[in-house]
Design a protein around this ligand. Structure first.
Ligand code: UDX
Length: 438
């Protein structure tokens, strides 16, 4: 089937390439010329494992192309909308400028009968609002239906999550007859028995934010318990393992440490609270304020711990921060806890050396004043304190004996709870972590 994907960021570029991989004829459209030029020549402008390979394969076989021209999108009758919905400046609510701009730019160019499938995370009620806008802008004789088909992909697992999702959710307006068309788009997934849920528009919009709010709550829950563990002399890692065996709870997303960041979870819980407030249901989500608060507090706690381990002052201390990305296997530094901590340490007077396997260029744009080392070893040279802030495999695999030869002082904070404390202690390291009394 012929289709367009508007917006070629982490979500849209992945969706475009994966739809082509599934056999569709896809054009990815974005207003960012440099991004489109890179994608068209097979260079994915961000780090997403597996995506460059399927992008090149489908550019070569002719099923995938990229364009800055909405006229190219208008050749299709099915359009996926995958532009960003960042947090508004100075407010909790989502900024819908880009979403509305797509409707304004695309709809006047359309002919015949069209379906726009929204993938972006939006406040409940957005699809209905966009439908009104599309109806106003559609040329005579053209029909445009807005449906919502939220995306659940995780960065760093984007390809796998798009080709084999846990579920497909489709929100349709009352009286819609588009379900068979959407079933055709996802025919190969439906043949794998992936659950397909058809709902009204509002439910589909809310499914996405609820899923992210739940994940955020789960992480903040374990981080709150970690604070109690510390106060009581207990071990949050063992505790998470023990409660995780209960399959009503589950071990996933009970990783205590620096907490969540990235382009989704933080802004989604805030936009969810803002929208609930607009709907008069603000009390219902007031607990998310606490979820946000617990999460942000972890960053301060790590800074305090670093200060304490530096004898009360960070002034002039050589601190190595391992990680800049908001999570492993990503180059995304949006609201990255690691980078936030690196910045705070630097502002407190420490000489901070940062190393990340993929996110250095993005980090340097946000925090140009930090020192970025070219390798893990270089970053550790002469360190008086090491802080593991992003859970990259390269950091998990560090050999405490080898590293001890490079640093000045054997003091490490494992802010992601991924190291084996006994192995590090055996090599003479003082190792500290959140939620554990080591
Ligand atoms: C998230 C959702 O998982 C995904 O379904 C949605 O489509 C977009 O938002 P993503 O932002 O890629 O995906 O990151 P995710 O893997 O969920 O991790 C979010 C953050 O939580 C990261 O900073 C990660 O380090 C942190 N995290 C995760 C923890 O602190 N502890 C955990 O146990 C798990």
């Amino acid at each position: 089937m012929r289709m367009s994907v508007i917006g070629t960021g982490y979500l849209g570029a992945t969706h475009a390439a994966c739809m082509a991989e599934l056999g569709h004829e896809v054009v990815g459209v974005d207003v960012d010329e440099s991004k489109i030029a890179a994608l068209q020549s097979g260079d994915v402008p961000f780090f997403e494992p597996g995506l460059p390979e399927i992008t090149r394969r489908n550019l070569d076989n002719g099923r995938l192309r990229f364009s800055t021209d909405y006229a190219d999108a208008a050749e299709a009758k099915v359009h996926f909308l995958g532009v960003g919905t960042p947090q508004q400046r100075g407010a909790y609510a989502a900024d819908l400028t880009y979403v509305r701009a797509v409707i304004k730019d695309l709809v006047p160019r359309l002919t015949g009968d069209n379906l726009i499938l929204g993938k972006s995370t939006v406040p409940v009620g957005t699809a209905a609002e966009l439908q009104v806008l599309a109806d106003e802008l559609a040329p005579e004789g053209t029909t445009v239906e807005i449906a919502w088909n939220p995306e659940f992909l995780r960065e760093s697992h984007g390809v796998e999550d798009t080709i084999h999702p846990d579920r497909i959710v489709l929100g349709l307006r009352e009286g819609s007859t588009q379900e068979p068309l959407v079933r055709e788009i996802y025919a190969s997934q439906l043949a794998e028995d992936i659950p397909f849920l058809v709902t009204d528009l509002q439910t589909a919009e809310l499914v996405k934010v609820s899923a992210n709010a739940f994940l955020a709550t789960k992480i903040s829950f374990i981080n709150a318990v970690a604070e109690v563990c510390e106060a009581a002399g207990a071990d949050v890692v063992k505790l998470a393992e023990a409660i995780g065996y209960d399959d009503r709870i589950g071990r996933k997303f009970l990783g205590a440490g620096l907490g969540f960041g990235g382009g989704c979870l933080p802004k989604d819980i805030r936009a969810f609270m803002a929208r609930a407030g607009e709907l008069g249901a603000d009390q219902a989500l007031s607990f998310l304020r606490e979820v946000d608060g617990v999460n942000m507090r972890q960053r301060d706690r790590v800074v305090q711990l670093a200060k304490q381990l530096s004898g009360g002052s960070l002034l002039g201390k050589r601190v190595t921060v391992l990680g800049a990305a908001f999570k492993a296997n990503s180059d995304d530094v949006r609201d990255s806890p690691a980078l936030n901590v690196a910045g705070q340490l630097s502002l407190a007077g420490a000489a901070v050396s940062v190393y990340d396997p993929e996110a250095m260029a993005n980090a340097a744009k946000v925090f140009p004043t930090l020192t970025y080392a070219q390798s893990l070893r270089e970053s550790l040279e002469g360190a008086e304190l090491v802080l593991l802030a992003t859970e990259w495999q390269e950091f998990r695999d560090m050999d405490p004996q080898e590293i001890a030869q490079v640093v000045d002082q054997r003091i490490i904070i494992d802010a992601r709870n991924v190291l084996d404390p006994a192995a590090w202690a055996a090599e003479g390291w003082q190792i500290k972590a959140l939620g554990r009394s080591l």
